[in-house]
Design a protein around this ligand. Structure first.
Ligand code: ARG
Length: 257
């Protein structure tokens, strides 16, 4: 009888240990899956395609997400949603992390924790080839288009200009192509992609007006278990050149017709 009790206790202890190991009851990822939230409207970082690296999702971020999960012996899943909903979904626990070409701003740092920076970008202006806009101040009397909730919107807001905000980058660019606006303010690599895809557009940079922006992965505040896994994988991918290679690969792919 005594022996049985002991065995039972041992069995229970083992079950509990196994439970901790697989992180039952939340923590970093549900079971062996890390669910990444993204907004797949941001080439070359994330976009929908027929055959992506994670299901129908492809891009620099998606390849990074996949590798982060693999390095941790887990699987990556993606939930695609509006950019504005990402941080709320993260706080609700609907997703484990956000990878979305997201700039780690001080304001966002108030609600979530960010990983190591994996990419540095800046805002640029997309204009028609014959535009006389040469600096950010030239936008003062122009029709400006931005994407809702992106740092580009915040920049233009801070400059005190009026603007129109669209849900998607492609919508803002179409406005420009159709001559309904004069300039689109958006992240550099994505701008490059749009200029490659549409005739008659060019990029105008203004390093004095637009600060550099650091893309990082967001996790719930205090989720150090997952953040450590993410940082470890990012550090490795930065050191061995993987992220560089991905950036080159997807930038070329994005502009090739
Ligand atoms: N870097 C900008 C920001 O953080 C734009 C990111 C847009 N990303 C996306 N997946 N739609 O606000």
């Amino acid at each position: 009888m005594k022996k049985t009790t002991k065995l039972l206790t041992m069995a229970l202890a083992m079950i509990m240990a196994a439970c901790t190991l697989t992180a039952c009851g939340g923590g970093a990822g549900k079971g062996d899956t890390i669910t990444f939230g993204t907004n797949a409207e941001f080439p070359p970082f994330e976009y929908v395609t027929s055959n992506g690296v994670i299901g129908e999702y492809d891009g620099i971020d998606m390849a990074i997400a996949k590798q982060i999960a693999e390095e941790s012996g887990m699987t990556a899943a993606v939930e695609n949603m509006e950019f504005d909903s990402l941080l709320v979904a993260l706080q609700n626990g609907q997703i484990d992390a956000v990878i979305a070409g997201m700039t780690a701003t001080d304001e966002r740092r108030e609600t979530v924790d960010f990983s190591t920076t994996y990419y540095t970008a800046t805002q640029v202006m997309i204009v028609k080839e014959d535009s006389d806009i040469a600096a950010a101040t030239d936008m003062a009397d122009k029709k400006i288009c931005v994407v809702q909730g992106y740092t580009g919107e915040i920049c233009v807001q801070d400059m005190g200009y009026t603007y129109e905000a669209f849900k998607k980058g492609t919508e803002a660019v179409m406005e420009l192509v159709n001559g309904k606006c004069d300039v689109v303010v958006i992240d550099s690599a994505t701008a490059q992609k749009y200029v490659g895809d549409n005739e008659g557009l060019k990029i105008v940079e203004d390093a004095g007006a637009f600060e550099s922006e650091e893309y990082a992965i967001a996790v719930q505040k205090g989720n150090t278990e997952l953040l450590d896994k993410i940082n470890k994988a990012i550090d490795k991918m930065l050191a061995d050149g993987t992220i560089n290679e991905l950036a080159v690969k997807y930038t070329e792919e994005a502009t090739a017709e």
